[in-house]
Design a protein around this ligand. Structure first.
Ligand code: TNX
Length: 543
């Protein structure tokens, strides 16, 4: 009897850990089309792969790494298409990031015409597998066979630009964490990692020609020249030195890691405001010693703005752009431009001189002059500019390719005025805001609270807008600013599960979006996937 019970238990556990998903409605973001088939495919160490194209490389490597880690084997290559195999097929008729995935009892077929397409097919395929496939450590010795429900998926994205930002300045995140962050975006078909690398509280990218940017600008706290900003000072360890930056080697490694996952990195160098770290490192080059202006930023940082009247500012910034462009292959560099404090530049002799020389009548025009010059520097290095909304929409002398990032909520106005725009409204997509209003919840309160359902309710393009105007909307970005993010567990908590909703807004057609359906996928299979990666997500009230 005892033996019989343990046999039953064995069968039960073997089945729970290895049975195929009975519901195939698990993929995030929601594909354009999913149909179920008959039976299942069982992937084991006897399964082979065959690829018609080198474009499948990254998709295949991703699966192989996870299989090696979680099952202890990799698939071997077949000499020709055969039964019990994964077949990667080039399909030139599909769109740039589109894919077709077919799981049949005898074979799995992945079709695409780009590396990104194959990668996305693989992300969908792996989401159909038991969640243990995502684990970063081997969890179940018995998990050597992976059942997959038969189905067909046809899919393509709504927007080309699906982004998420991490602020590495206010608080520094290790290289290992940044990679994990990128990997999790890629799993959900988010394709732009917006990396906020400089701000008042820290300059986090090595610039070879100007080493003090990091030697001085990447350290704050006791014994350093940089002050704390108000927020970390309120909640962070005031008595401890905080430091950290990414070397150029670190950055190359992270860029290559992201590329393997079809993620482009948009680096942000925030100028001319939000630049206390830079002006502390090179005061003589970036601020006029005769400037009598005294001002504080919204975040209460004093005199944090680079002087747009000094030639040496442009010399230094050109070198920064040159080195940044050499590190990041993406066609865009984000130059910030947000929140230039009132009072900045007012009593700077070099600004007065510049205004006279160029016939500029106020600081807004000075700012326009500054970004026009920065834009021509970017053009010299083959890059286009992204700016925060207030800097990008006030004047029309910038190149048409310039993209504005709309955080204030009236982004569609930028599109109406024929600016390329990315929607990043603080009220819906600032993931540094609390989920719910409660003292114990981490995060800011000024634009929140923002729970997952509210994120999901965001519509980047109102229905009343004409297709011509809608075409200016490039996509959506979530932003994880980090003043209140004092460790990686809090970053996880603020980002997940909200980032699932962001991924779906960026990828899935509006007609495919339904909160109840999303809730089931996100709080079901989605959370299982986060669990197996040990991500410290915020547990929803009714999972
Ligand atoms: C506003 S929106 C900022 C950031 C802060 C964030 C905090 C924008 C372009 N700037 O500097 O970190 O709010 O929520």
């Amino acid at each position: 009897m005892k033996m019989f019970i343990s046999l039953l238990l064995c069968i039960f556990f073997a089945q729970t850990s290895l049975s195929a998903r009975s519901d195939i409605n698990v993929i995030i973001p929601k594909p354009q089309k999913v149909e179920s088939g008959i039976g299942e495919f069982i992937l084991t160490d006897t399964t082979r792969y065959f690829s018609q194209t080198p474009l499948s490389r990254n998709a295949l490597d991703y699966l192989q790494e996870h299989l090696q880690l979680n099952a202890g084997y990799k698939l071997s290559e077949a000499a020709s298409p055969q039964e019990n195999s994964l077949l990667f097929k080039y399909n030139g008729e599909l769109g740039e990031e589109a894919y077709r995935l077919q799981v049949a009892q005898t074979q799995i077929t992945l079709e695409a015409k780009s590396g990104a397409g194959f990668f996305y097919a693989m992300m969908s395929l792996m989401q159909l597998m038991p969640p243990a496939i995502w684990s970063e450590e081997r969890t179940d010795e018995a998990a050597v066979s992976w059942p997959l429900p038969a189905c067909t998926v046809e899919d393509y994205p709504r927007f080309r630009w699906r982004g998420m930002m991490l602020d590495s300045s206010r608080n520094f995140f290790s290289k290992t964490y940044v990679k994990k962050f990128i990997d999790r975006l890629a799993q959900n078909k988010i394709n732009v990692f917006h990396w906020h690398l400089t701000d008042d509280e820290g300059w986090r990218i090595e610039i070879r020609q100007y080493p003090l940017l990091t030697a001085v600008g990447a350290r704050r706290g006791p014994g350093t020249e940089l002050p704390f900003s108000l927020y970390p000072a309120m909640r962070g360890p005031k008595d401890k030195l905080q430091e950290g930056y990414y070397t150029q080697d670190d950055i190359r490694e992270i860029v290559a890691y992201a590329q393997k996952r079809s993620v482009s990195i948009l680096p942000e160098i925030d100028v001319p405001g939000h630049a206390k770290a830079a002006v502390t490192a090179y005061p003589a080059l970036l601020q006029d010693p005769g400037d009598k202006s005294r001002y504080t930023s919204v975040q209460k940082i004093g005199n944090n703005t680079i002087d747009a009247g000094l030639e040496s500012s442009y010399v230094l910034l050109e070198e920064v752009i040159k080195e940044v462009a050499a590190l990041f292959p993406f066609g865009y560099i984000h130059l910030g431009g947000d929140e230039i404090p009132k009072g900045a530049w007012h009593r700077s002799p070099s600004i007065a001189k510049l205004m006279k020389r160029e016939g500029l009548s106020d600081t807004k025009e000075v700012q326009a002059y500054f970004f026009n010059r920065m834009d021509s520097i970017l053009a010299k290095y083959g890059r286009k500019m992204v700016l925060w909304q207030e800097a990008g929409t006030d004047y029309n002398t910038l190149r048409d390719e310039t993209v504005v990032m709309a955080w204030r909520g009236d982004g569609i106005r930028a599109a109406v005025n024929r600016h390329k725009v990315i929607m990043s409204p603080a009220k819906y997509l600032y993931f540094d805001q609390q989920y719910i209003k409660k003292k114990e919840e981490p995060g800011h309160t000024w634009a929140g609270p923002t729970d997952t359902e509210k994120v999901y309710s965001y519509r980047p393009v109102p229905e009343t807008v004409t297709p011509e105007v809608a075409a200016f909307v490039q996509g959506v970005h979530g932003c994880l600013w980090s003043e209140t993010v004092l460790n990686e567990a809090i970053a996880d908590y603020l980002a997940w599960p909200r980032t699932f909703a962001l991924a779906e807004i960026g990828w899935s057609d509006r007609t495919r979006r339904d909160w109840k359906d999303f809730e089931k996928r996100a709080f079901g299979a989605g959370l299982q996937r986060l669990d197996s990666q040990k991500i410290n997500y915020r547990k929803p009230k009714n999972p």
